[in-house]
Design a binder for this molecule. Structure first.
Ligand code: CUA
Length: 472
């Protein structure tokens, strides 16, 4: 269309009731940067246009072909009968920029007559097409709506049946799962909305022939308002649901039992300050809220029990105690996982959570309290749990950060300098107190801290070694 204006005209008349149409054309013409600016006039009705035509004698007339108020036949008739040189452009925006050019400088009246008929037939076929598609569009809309509803139900059922969520084992899990359900439904709906429209359009509105062009559609304020207001409403509703759920999950029970959780590379330690007990597994009475006060000894870890649904990052630093409240509702054994990449053994940083009845819990507490055994192996076992040794040394032969203790005693061990030692009491003692002096082959020096000289008595050291000796 731009090319049509490269030719210079002195006086240009634009006829359209649409103000934007006229203004847009005027800008387009002025952008051509002619040496002399053409004079441009804009008019809104036919009578005015005819009047100016006679007096002003423009050499180019541009007519809005979509303007229903202009009697085109009468207008064009005027050009055929008049005789001064002039070019006329009939411009349609609705029909893919189709332009009819009528040039009185080069055409005979007969040719112009032909043009008139041509433009009539174009206008006739345009109206026909529009009426036809109006009836069809309701039918398409109805079919697509039904398909979207069906697809939403199907996808939602699918999402709910593949078992994305583990069992709900805490009262907090109910609240969180309500959010999950809402999101699964929205995901299903949005997926269906896009996929159904896409597939339907590909199949039904496939291009039928070479010159089959789609309707040229410009903005629709109604559509824009709809697709802004509805998502806005959904997002506001989700924010409301989210804040309500957060308040519910954090609801405080003043009776809650406190457990201090310590995370470190790579172990979990649970301390029950009410009873003076330290444990390697998190034991909890069912249906009672527990308040976990958590801190880290080294880097950022994250406490996560998927069945409880709640999760909390744990930060190093004495004053950075993070709190998390859980009310277990299902008896059973679950696993605490670390949900923050925290180094080499992050993937193995697990510990059991045992949800038990109140009676079982009381029994466990009293066992722990009276549990100073006369058996050195039992005392050693308790110690290695408390000190967190088992975070790095497995008891069952599994590879870990440090050598496994299973079958370690009496074995011939190769060291990183290539020499060999027999693992006996003296070697174990040295390895615990000065862990970097004789590091086993395949393990990195400097990982195990040299702190146990201050932390372990001679008796405790012997108890630990007795426990290691018992792991055949
Ligand atoms: Cu601790 Cu990952």
């Amino acid at each position: 269309m731009r090319d049509l204006f490269t030719e210079f005209h002195e006086r240009i008349l634009i006829l359209s009731v649409n103000h934007l149409f006229g203004k847009g054309l005027e800008n387009l013409i002025l952008k051509q940067r002619f040496a002399i600016l053409p004079e441009i006039r804009r008019v809104w009705d036919l009578n005015e246009a005819l009047l100016i035509l006679e007096e002003w004698k423009p050499d180019l007339v541009i007519v809005d072909y979509d303007d229903q108020t202009v009697d085109r036949a009468a207008f064009l008739q005027h050009f055929v009968t008049s005789d001064y040189p002039m070019q006329v452009l009939l411009v349609s925006l609705q029909d893919s920029d189709r332009i009819v050019v009528y040039d009185r400088r080069t055409m005979t009246p007969d040719q112009a007559e032909l043009y008139l008929n041509l433009s009539q037939s174009i206008s006739a076929s345009l109206t026909e097409k529009r009426v036809e598609s109006k009836g069809d569009s309701m039918r398409h809309f109805f079919i697509v709506t039904v398909l979207v509803i069906l697809s939403t139900v199907l996808v939602n059922t699918l999402l709910n049946s593949v078992g994305l969520l583990p069992v709900q084992a805490s009262s907090q899990a109910n609240t969180i799962d309500r959010l999950f359900d809402t999101h699964f439904f929205l995901i299903s709906f949005l997926f269906s909305l896009i996929a159904v429209f896409l597939v339907y359009s590909i199949v039904v509105f496939r291009r039928k022939s070479e010159d089959d062009f789609g309707k040229y559609v410009t903005g629709s304020s109604r559509l824009e308002v709809i697709w802004t207001v509805i998502p806005l409403g959904i997002v506001v509703y989700l924010a409301y649901l989210g804040s309500q759920s957060l308040a519910e999950v954090r609801r405080i029970d003043p009776q809650a039992m406190v457990v201090n959780v310590t995370a470190g590379q790579w172990f979990w330690r649970y301390e029950y300050p009410d009873f003076g007990i330290t444990s390697q597994s998190l034991n909890l009475p069912v249906n009672e809220q527990v308040l976990l006060k958590m801190t880290s000894l080294d880097v950022i870890h994250s406490f996560w029990v998927p069945e409880f649904r709640v999760k909390q990052d744990i930060l190093p630093g004495e004053n950075l105690v993070k709190e998390l409240r859980v009310t277990p509702t299902q008896l059973g054994t679950y696993t605490v996982r670390c949900a923050e990449l925290c180094g080499g053994s992050h993937a193995y940083m697990n510990s059991p959570v045992v949800v038990m009845t109140r009676e079982e819990f009381d029994r466990w507490i009293s066992q722990e309290l009276t549990g100073v055994s006369s058996d050195p192996v039992a005392r050693g076992q308790r110690l290695v749990t408390q000190k967190g040794c088992v975070g790095c040394h497995s008891l069952d032969g599994k590879p870990s950060v440090g050598p496994t203790w299973q079958g370690l005693f009496g074995k011939e061990q190769e060291l990183i300098d290539g020499s060999r030692v027999i693992v006996d009491e003296d070697y174990l003692k040295e390895a615990i107190l000065f862990p970097n002096s004789k590091v086993s082959r395949g393990f990195a020096p400097g990982i195990m801290p040299e702190i146990y000289q201050d932390q372990l008595s001679e008796q405790q050291l012997t108890d630990i070694i007795e426990f290691i000796k018992s792991l055949r």
